[in-house]
Write a protein that binds this ligand. Structure first.
Ligand code: SF4
Length: 147
């Protein structure tokens, strides 16, 4: 697991700077946002800001698309497999009400109906959302939690 500093998680880069630093075109980053692959920090002005850690996430997504041969729907399905209900220890009752627990086509942070715990959490700061940034890949994380 990677330990990120406060500096690396602070959203400071505009969309165009993020594009330059990551080497990923602005229109692709916009598409990743629209499809829920990344949640940028949103300023009051509604402009998006990104952190260094967000750039690592963008690069990981881009690598899955370009080198991994996945499409966006495929990445959404991979992210949907992260067992958020086990990580956050949701009760059986919470799971029944949670769209994220039921669906296998989108990541949990895209769910419109969530359990109580998630309703009160900023997904950008949630350990489930940050798995992509904290582990070299999702399987590395699963190897730790499933023994
Ligand atoms: S808080 Fe958001 S990212 Fe975390 S488990 Fe709930 S829906 Fe997923």
């Amino acid at each position: 697991m990677v330990n990120h500093t406060i500096e690396s998680t602070t959203p400071v880069y505009t969309l165009s700077t993020t594009s330059s630093l990551s080497g990923i075109p602005v229109h692709s980053i916009r598409q990743y946002i629209d499809k829920g692959l990344i949640i940028p920090f949103r300023k009051e002005s509604k402009r998006h800001l990104f952190s260094h850690v967000d750039i690592l996430r963008l690069k990981y997504i881009h690598k899955l698309l370009v080198e991994g041969g996945l499409n966006i729907a495929g990445i959404r399905s991979v992210l949907a497999l992260i067992p958020c209900w086990a990580i956050r220890k949701c009760s059986t009752e919470e799971r029944e009400k949670c769209q994220a627990f039921q669906s296998s086509t989108f990541p949990c942070w895209e769910a419109s109906e969530k359990g109580t715990l998630c309703k009160n959490t900023d997904c950008r700061e949630c350990e489930v959302y940050m798995i992509v940034e904290n582990y070299s890949d999702i399987k590395s994380f699963l190897k730790i939690i499933i023994v």
